[in-house]
Design a protein around this ligand. Structure first.
Ligand SMILES: [Zn+2]
Ligand SMILES: [Zn+2]
Length: 427
């Protein structure tokens, strides 16, 4: 008999099977072995009284930087940060150097993740060779190597014709195309959202419509082809509206929200701190309210971080020289609890659905559920824990977070990946 682990007396929430009750969860042989009283004995017991027991969290939008930019992050440090944050699976973006655009590159990422031994990593392949937007990458070969979706994230797929063919091809492969929506002529040289604040600060802006126009383009291409597109990091009220309309028409479109886009606005740029610089940029309160509404009414089905580590010397440059993006993996859960659960925007099952089974569905991966027989990826959450985010306590190689010193609620206290306890603050 393989060793059996018992997670005793937690509030087990599994949106994939509409489960929400205080009970026991059993893990054996790397799989979920049972829920509720069982006629077996446990070799090890974690007392989860007062805790939430969830399917392992999935972050489907992560930049791990390896290969090519190991000064910012490696697969080992990024996945260590994931486990610390209660994330058991990440999907990693292909804007590495070289780009993740071949079967071998996908296999390399999976191999490095296995060597590191922290969490599951699902590579996302590039849509075009070297992400140059000129020629489709070998999408079929990438899938054989383990790629679960496609994107040129960091940049849009600029040619509508190539995007059309990518959607057609991905339809045959039953894979989604993940969209970084940006009309580059409109954002050229921009460092923040275009609006009242950018005008006052005299900084070059990036208008919200630069995002909306491309969301619309890819939505109608998805309609034409019958393919599936997933809009990454939705930041505008207009974008939320378009996705809502598309879904109502039955078009294959989904969208994700990142914590910074529903917590922060462009007002933060008044500090001229590059930790508030990202792409798409922080927008206005009106956009924040629209994203919250979209999360609430089910338009935005996925929560993800866009974890984007940059070495300190890069982020410390002047605002217009500094790269875009912030860390996400270790602040993901507490920020969502503090800004979605605490104010009453979402319930626990609604929030966890967007961090477990919904991203698993977009990627078509066998995760995000506590169904018996499935891989035992489990996150145990203390819903009441209050703590202070400390950028110096991160497992990431980088330190670029705007949330340093913020008081938050909710913490991953145990992270179990494939039945192995990777983090445990319980006992
Ligand atoms: Zn992006
Ligand atoms: Zn990204």
């Amino acid at each position: 008999m393989p060793p059996t682990l018992l997670l005793r007396n937690g509030r087990v929430i599994d949106p994939s099977q509409q489960l929400d009750r205080v009970t026991d969860l059993w893990v054996s042989n790397g799989e979920i072995a049972g829920i509720g009283p069982q006629s077996r004995t446990a070799d090890r017991t974690l007392d989860c009284t007062g805790m939430i027991v969830s399917p392992g969290l999935i972050d489907m939008h992560v930049h791990l930087r390896e290969p090519g930019r190991e000064e910012d992050e490696t697969i080992a440090t990024g996945t260590a940060a994931a486990v610390a944050g209660g994330v058991t699976s990440v999907a990693c973006m292909p804007n590495t150097e070289p780009a993740l655009d071949t079967r071998m590159a996908a296999e390399f990422v999976i191999q490095q993740a296995q060597r590191a031994g922290f969490c599951n990593v699902f590579p996302i392949g590039a849509v075009t060779k070297n992400r140059e937007g000129k020629e489709l990458a070998e999408l079929g070969g990438l899938v054989e190597g383990g790629a679960v979706a496609f994107t040129d994230d960091g940049a849009p797929v600029y040619s509508a014709e190539i995007m059309r063919r990518a959607l057609e091809y991905c339809k045959m492969l039953d894979r989604a195309v993940l969209v970084h929506a940006e009309i580059l002529e409109l954002t050229q040289g921009g460092v923040m959202n275009e609006g009242f604040v950018s005008m006052q600060l005299g900084l070059r802006g990036m208008p919200g419509i630069a995002e909306d126009i491309m969301i619309y383009r890819d939505m109608v291409l998805a309609e034409l082809t019958g393919g599936r597109c997933h809009i990454l990091h939705v930041s505008t009220a207009g974008g939320v509206d378009l996705i809502r309309q598309g879904r109502a028409k039955g078009i294959g479109i989904s969208g994700e929200a990142c914590p910074h886009h529903f917590i922060l606005t462009d007002e933060t740029l008044r500090a001229f701190d590059s930790n508030f610089k990202m792409s798409p940029p922080l927008r206005t309160q009106r956009d924040v309210d629209a994203i919250l509404a979209g999360l609430k009414d089910g338009t935005l089905t996925v929560l993800a971080t866009d974890h984007a580590p940059h070495a300190p010397e890069k982020k410390e440059r002047e605002l217009d020289q500094a790269p875009n993006g912030i860390l996400g993996l270790e602040t993901f859960l507490p920020l969502c609890v503090t800004f979605l659960i605490e104010p009453g925007h979402l319930t626990w099952p609604q929030m966890l659905e967007k961090m477990t089974i919904n991203p698993a569905k977009v990627l078509g991966i066998n995760r995000g559920t506590l169904q018996v027989g499935r891989p035992a990826d489990v996150t145990v959450i203390d819903p009441k824990a209050q703590w202070v985010i400390d950028k110096n306590a991160t497992k990431s190689k980088s330190r670029n977070t705007p949330f340093h010193g913020w008081k938050v609620t909710g913490r991953a206290v145990a992270t179990i990946v494939g039945g192995d306890i990777k983090k445990n603050e319980l006992n």
